[in-house]
Design a protein around this ligand. Structure first.
Ligand SMILES: [Zn+2]
Length: 234
């Protein structure tokens, strides 16, 4: 093994609540992956789930990748105004060791991961170890694909290894379910090249159905017979 795991920043932020420990569950914990395109309410769902545990006298640990500092490091914030403190982690962190360290401080009943698409393959494996060896449910929330339609590393292995897959639905401007995310520059043109991990800047990320993603991304229309036809660059 490499270097020992460093302290996660800014510490293990989980609610410590007085009162009796909840009865031990008889079912094994599971690794859940809640996936969607953007603006489906992933962070809202995460925060609601954490609240539900804490309301029942249980402790939760919210993890968030440190590269997502849109709302300041160590915060998960939803578009409808809910927010909570999160423990940030780096790509090199061992999440099994991190969760184990938190368990040593107080009983932990659920681990929730925001922006789980940014997990590494190793970290998805480590979250599986949390459910299998520590018997703690893990709820991971993330985007399925990037702006090029490619799977994120974290999402690819969560889709492969999670016990339960649940889709959170976003809506395209046409009213269909939006399964894709497109990246638009300041002029509204689709960005087709660049880093998979880029948060902030002037580009906008918009959820679209596959049909409209293809039209914008490839500058192609869809014929009535289902084939693709070339259109002029907008
Ligand atoms: Zn559409």
């Amino acid at each position: 093994m490499g270097r020992p795991p460093r302290e996660l920043r800014p510490g293990c932020h989980f609610a410590r609540l007085a009162g009796p420990r909840p009865a031990q569950s008889t079912t094994m914990a599971k690794l859940y992956f809640y996936y969607s395109s953007m603006n489906a309410g992933k962070s809202t769902s995460l925060l609601q789930s954490s609240y539900n545990y804490r309301e029942r006298g249980m402790n939760t640990l919210i993890l968030a990748p440190e590269l997502d500092d849109r709302y300041g490091a160590g915060r998960v914030k939803s578009r409808i105004g809910l927010e909570a403190v999160a423990t940030t982690f780096a790509r090199s962190d061992d999440l099994f060791q991190a969760v184990s360290a938190c368990c040593a401080e107080a009983p932990l009943h659920c681990v929730l991961v925001d922006e789980a698409q940014f997990l590494t393959k190793d970290q998805v494996f480590q979250l599986g170890q949390v459910t299998d060896l520590l018997d703690i449910p893990v709820l991971a929330y993330g985007l399925r694909t990037d702006f090029q339609g490619e799977p994120f590393e974290g999402s690819k292995y969560l889709l492969a290894w999670a016990d339960n897959l649940k889709e959170l639905k976003a809506i395209c401007h046409c009213g269909s379910k939006a399964t894709m995310v497109i990246r638009l520059d300041a002029n509204g043109n689709a960005v087709t090249e660049g880093s998979q991990i880029e948060i902030g800047g002037n580009d906008r990320y918009v959820s679209m159905c596959r049909r409209h993603f293809k039209e914008r991304y490839y500058h192609q229309g869809v014929r009535a017979d289902g084939g693709l036809r070339k259109t002029e660059n907008a």
